[in-house]
Design a protein around this ligand. Structure first.
Ligand SMILES: Nc1nc2c(ncn2[C@@H]2O[C@H](COP(=O)(O)OP(=O)(O)OP(=O)(O)O)[C@@H](O)[C@H]2O)c(=O)[nH]1
Ligand SMILES: [Mg+2]
Length: 382
């Protein structure tokens, strides 16, 4: 029997409440917990609706504000870890599910498929979704790239959506994650990276299930909305770079279904708006820091102060840049943060205009091939 958790911050209460009802309707779900970042308007609306819901379904529903558990920016990580703690200390349910609160395509199937994989004995079940070729730009160029370069022998590079927030943990897996101090300290957007890292590091068995309807949720405009997430996701990988990860983990990925034309044609971000970001917020110090990078990168980025340049940032050069960032990046330094953002933008634009432009199937093949090449490069570079 299971607990379903929705972490939320300033969400539309109607969307969240609809998702709470979907969960309550499911026979495997015994309790629902919503963890808010603060007592915002969504928190108040959901709190007001809960007594009736709880009565109607005859199951406990709770809304709580997240505790301060970690050491970084208080964000989604504190929310998820507060839920883990609640699950372990205040309930005796066998399994816990996490789902983002803003999903409008959530259905009973998401819970059923996860429960079925757990019934087969997997300790962790992760949902994955069809994504457009220009979506998931942090996943591909930060998380999967870093996992491939740093832990090429582990399961990490092969996890489809390593920063996805939809997953099931058995009680045993939840205990392993919550007792990992690296997980507890990660209070920010890095939490999804840390959950994935920790489950792999401890060798938990992982099933990935495919949800064909896709994750329809709030979307971004220019890449600037993703800046904090990008920085915190990179800093999370960087903080783990010397850590060991188990090899030989049991990992099964469900074969994906056909992808809807709508997803294939979707453009993941505002390209014109993003071009401008390369010209903005320059400081002399950023120009100086570029001295650590290969000539092509330095010259390209400096030229972008006048006119956006990005064609130079191919996969090979990005691996070099990534290695330099792993060594030198300082998450607390505004110039480093801005520089990481700009470097990543050049990578995303280069990929968009030379790979994504060729069509969905080619782009997906390229991205998976890129990860495999990074694994190979890392295993054979000595
Ligand atoms: N409790 C809590 N929840 C948060 C916080 N920040 C974000 N969330 C929730 O975390 C979930 C994911 O946040 P989103 O803004 O939807 O992130 P996203 O970019 O859609 O993430 P992807 O699914 O990876 O694309 C949502 O349910 C948010 O409401 C926070 O500080 N505390
Ligand atoms: Mg979302």
């Amino acid at each position: 029997m299971s607990l379903v958790v929705f972490p939320f911050k300033e969400e539309d209460p109607e969307v969240l409440l609809r998702n709470v009802k979907v969960a309550l309707d499911h026979p495997r779900v015994k309790e629902v917990l919503c963890v808010g970042a603060s007592e915002d308007h969504c928190f108040r609306a959901v709190s007001a609706a809960i007594p009736d819901l709880s009565r109607e379904y005859g199951k406990p529903v709770n809304v709580i504000v997240q505790e301060r558990i970690g050491e970084l920016r208080p964000g989604k990580g504190d929310g998820m870890n507060t839920a883990l703690k609640y699950f372990l200390e205040r309930t005796d349910h066998e399994r816990v599910h996490f789902y983002d609160a803003d999903i409008v395509s959530f259905s009973e199937e998401w819970i059923t498929k996860a429960e079925e994989a757990a019934d087969e004995g997997y300790q962790v079940v992760r949902h994955y979704f069809p994504r457009s070729s220009t979506d998931a730009m942090i996943t591909w160029f930060i998380t999967r790239t870093g996992f491939a370069l740093l832990w090429p022998k582990s399961v990490l590079p092969w996890i489809e959506q390593p920063i996805g927030g939809e997953l099931l943990l058995t009680r045993e897996a939840a205990g392993v994650l919550f007792s990992d101090h690296r997980v507890r300290r990660q209070s920010d957007w890095g939490i999804d990276t840390l959950y994935t890292f920790s489950m792999a590091a401890h060798g938990l068995s992982i099933a990935e299930i495919y949800i064909g309807v896709g994750k329809l949720h709030k979307l971004y405009g220019a890449l600037t909305d993703l800046k904090t997430m990008l920085i915190e996701c990179f800093a999370a990988v960087q903080s783990l770079k010397g850590e060991a990860v188990a090899e030989g983990t049991v990992h099964h990925v469900e074969y994906p279904g056909p992808v809807k034309q709508e997803v294939k044609e979707k453009i993941g971000y505002d390209i014109e708006g993003t071009l401008w970001l390369l010209r903005e917020n320059w400081t002399d110090r950023q120009a100086e820091l570029l001295g650590l990078f290969p000539g092509k990168v330095r010259e390209g980025l400096l030229a972008s102060r006048d006119y956006p340049r990005f064609a130079f940032m191919d996969d090979g050069l990005w691996a070099e840049v990534y290695g330099i960032l792993l060594e030198h990046f300082e998450p607390g330094d505004p110039d480093w943060r801005e520089l990481l953002f700009k470097l990543w933008i050049t990578r995303v634009l280069q990929y968009t205009t030379t790979v994504a432009l060729r069509g969905y199937d080619y782009a997906m093949y390229y991205l998976h091939r890129m990860v495999a090449d990074y694994v190979h490069r890392s295993l054979t570079s000595g």
